[in-house]
Ligand binder design. Structure first.
Ligand SMILES: NC(=O)C1=CN([C@@H]2O[C@H](COP(=O)(O)OP(=O)(O)OC[C@H]3O[C@@H](n4cnc5c(N)ncnc54)[C@H](O)[C@@H]3O)[C@@H](O)[C@H]2O)C=CC1
Ligand SMILES: O=C(O)C(=O)COP(=O)(O)O
Length: 620
């Protein structure tokens, strides 16, 4: 199988229209590859409307240059990226090498909504609310939101998905910074560093007032044992603390490897001397620290929060501090940022605060900026991102393997929908994959998304991508089901055949209906090229390129020549012909691949051939 870079999977081959009848030859894989140099990749993906992520609304720049065709002026397009919060210089440079970059900080929500319809990507940190209104105001142009950091609670993911906008984040580059800040808060809180510093600056010398507590031998409960939580645990172990952790989704062996015991929420909060919060803000974690849970804690517990303010009920924390249940708190994050100046929590004598500085080291900011810039540029280039938040993350090696099947899937979807004549509308689509691979060794999400795109994009005003494919099908009330059939062929190839079935509809081409009354077509990849191999109950073999004429006829000599000469007389180039029949001199289907669309007269002439019972022209 031709190996195709993961980078090319969402960027269609530029010169596909020039391909001719040599369909059986292997396509050169390198011809499918956009260059890794941003400007060339840009040209490759932006000059075609089928790019998976980006479709419309780009600034167009006319440039002189050589093209593969006859024109010497090509249209090169440059996306626009809005950066709404301070981003490291290195990241800005990456963005500028690819796009028009607008760094506009401190925008009001109204100003953001005003700008957004002119940008293809938006990069934010934690201070910009990317609400549904932002997606609405973008009028479909915004295709990528990049969160330069981890927490995406400031982005309305549901709205992003509905609008087909990919959200990517930079999940790793600030992990150590956040963990170090957690440890800094833990130690400085235990030793009253901030309070005693303020006292000295006020001219005092209060040695007895600021006696602290020791860390060694104390139990620290790490709530959320992910990237930051585990780094905090690792560091706190070095301080001689006993670490327990609560995380319903973390693997116990990862915790064990660090010498950390995973315990229940109840056990964590009731036994800890220090509790450090490292879970994301979700509907489940929202205000999970409240009057009831504070009430269960050891009297004199100390709390550190470098995660999100919203996981704590802040009024309840003030009450717990006042009553002495919580001896001290060290907080980097707040429900509302910045918190009101008269916030009782911020002003509390036993509370140490920092203004959301967890990720704010020079090193982390440079790292995050590069990580997010590369992710956004990649996404604008039509690549699937490894840090996609609202789309499946498909590993590069899987992508590269599935590349030709992705093309097949979209074309089968496009073909199937053109066979639909009417009925009560498409209600259900079934996709059957035959594969020699083990059941759990085939990730079909990408193929399913492309089939949905093939089916629905031609019949709706929406543009459909991996982000919103399932959502679009659901919204249209169409049930997409999948079946895997394990077959005895070579497991070297991920998929043997892909079958698309549409139930409860009539077809323009009755022969496309299977015995159980569904439109049914099947295809496979041969030599890297998608082929149609079955229509209804007829086997055919025609590459799915250009356009296709399907004719149902009575099998008899001379049919290929007859139809071929009608097309030849009208200067329509035939790329492939294939006849599938149920028996000698019985019903047969002739599939004819053509490079250009025949005019109505030509099609009528084909239809007038007496042995032809029905025919359909399908545009691919
Ligand atoms: N203050 C700051 O500047 C920074 C804050 N953060 C915040 O720190 C938090 C953790 O970040 P990462 O470790 O990078 O994320 P992560 O995704 O690696 O870890 C989060 C962990 O929380 C766990 N979790 C989810 N629901 C939970 C629940 N109900 N109870 C307990 N655990 C639960 C997850 O299983 C996961 O292991 C996030 O909220 C992030 O936004 C991250 C970086 C900087
Ligand atoms: O990455 C995170 O989750 C953070 O909280 C960092 O936020 P910031 O990018 O510093 O606004």
């Amino acid at each position: 199988m031709a190996t195709i870079s993961a980078k090319s999977i969402l960027v269609p081959k530029i010169s596909s229209s020039s391909s001719n009848s040599n369909v059986s030859s292997n396509r050169s894989s390198s011809s499918c590859l956009p260059s890794f140099k941003p400007t060339i990749s840009l040209k490759a993906s932006y000059s075609k409307s089928r790019s998976f992520v980006i479709k419309n609304g780009l600034d167009t720049v006319e440039t002189k240059g050589k093209s593969s065709g006859t024109k010497d002026v090509t249209k090169e397009t440059k996306p626009t990226i809005l950066v709404s919060e301070k981003l490291g210089e290195a990241g800005i440079k990456v963005l500028e090498s690819f796009a028009n970059v607008d760094c506009s900080y401190n925008l009001t929500p109204e100003e953001l909504c005003k700008k957004i319809s002119n940008v293809d990507a938006l990069i934010v940190r934690s201070g910009t609310k990317v609400s549904r209104q932002v997606f609405e105001a973008s009028k479909g142009r915004l295709k990528v939101v990049g969160r330069a950091g981890v927490g995406i609670d400031n982005v309305d993911l549901q709205a992003a998905t509905e609008f087909g906008c990919l959200v990517v984040n930079a999940p790793t580059a600030n992990t150590v910074a956040a963990a170090e800040h957690g440890i800094a808060l833990l130690s400085s809180m235990a030793r009253n560093v901030a309070q005693s510093d303020a006292s000295m600056k006020a001219g005092k010398w209060e040695r007895n007032k600021y006696v602290g507590v020791s860390l060694v031998g104390k139990t620290l409960a790490v709530m959320g044992f992910g990237k930051v939580g585990s780094e905090v645990a690792r560091r706190a172990k070095g301080l001689g603390m006993h670490i327990i952790a609560h995380d319903p989704y973390a693997p116990a062996d990862r915790a064990r490897a660090l010498g950390v015991e995973l315990v229940s929420f109840e056990k964590a909060i009731t036994t800890a001397d220090f509790i450090s919060l490292h879970m994301p803000l979700t509907p489940i974690t929202s205000k999970v620290f409240n009057d009831e849970t504070f009430g269960k804690m050891k009297k004199g517990v100390r709390i550190i929060n470098v995660a999100r303010g919203g996981v704590i009920d802040e009024d309840a924390l003030v009450r717990a501090l006042d009553s002495g249940v919580v001896a001290q708190a060290a907080l980097d994050v707040f429900t509302v940022e910045p918190p009101p100046q008269d916030s009782k929590l911020v002003q509390h004598a036993n509370v140490t605060v920092t203004p959301h500085l967890g990720a704010s080291t020079k090193e982390a900011q440079e790292g995050v900026a590069i990580e997010i810039a590369e992710a956004v540029v990649g996404a604008l280039n039509g690549e699937l991102s490894a840090t996609a938040v609202n789309a499946p993350m498909v590993p590069a090696e899987v992508l590269s393997e599935l590349a030709p099947y992705v093309v097949l899937a979209e074309k089968l979807g496009k073909l199937a929908v053109q066979l639909v004549a009417g009925g009560s509308g498409i209600k259900s689509v079934k996709v059957v994959y035959k594969s020699a691979r083990d059941r759990d060794d085939l990730d079909t999400r990408l193929l399913r998304a492309m089939i949905i795109k093939g089916i629905f994009e031609p019949i709706s005003s929406n543009f459909i991508n991996l982000v919103n494919a399932d959502y679009t099908a659901k919204e249209k009330g169409v049930r997409i089901s999948e079946e895997r059939i394990v077959v005895d062929s070579s497991p070297e190839f991920p998929v043997d055949t892909v079958q698309v079935r549409i139930a409860n509809v009539e077809s323009k081409f009755a022969s496309a209906m299977s015995d159980n009354g569904e439109i049914c077509i099947e295809g496979k990849v041969k030599g890297g090229v998608p082929h149609l191999t079955c229509v209804g109950s007829f086997s055919v073999d025609v590459s799915i390129e250009g356009s296709l004429i399907l004719c149902k006829q009575v099998d008899q000599p001379g049919m290929i020549g007859r139809v071929g000469s009608i097309l030849g007389q009208r200067n329509v180039n035939v790329s492939f012909m294939s006849v599938g029949r149920i028996g000698v001199r019985k019903q047969a289907i002739m599939a004819i691949g053509v490079d250009e669309e025949p005019d109505k007269d030509t099609l009528k002439q084909i239809g007038d051939v007496p042995a032809i019972e029905e025919f359909v022209f399908l545009d691919l």
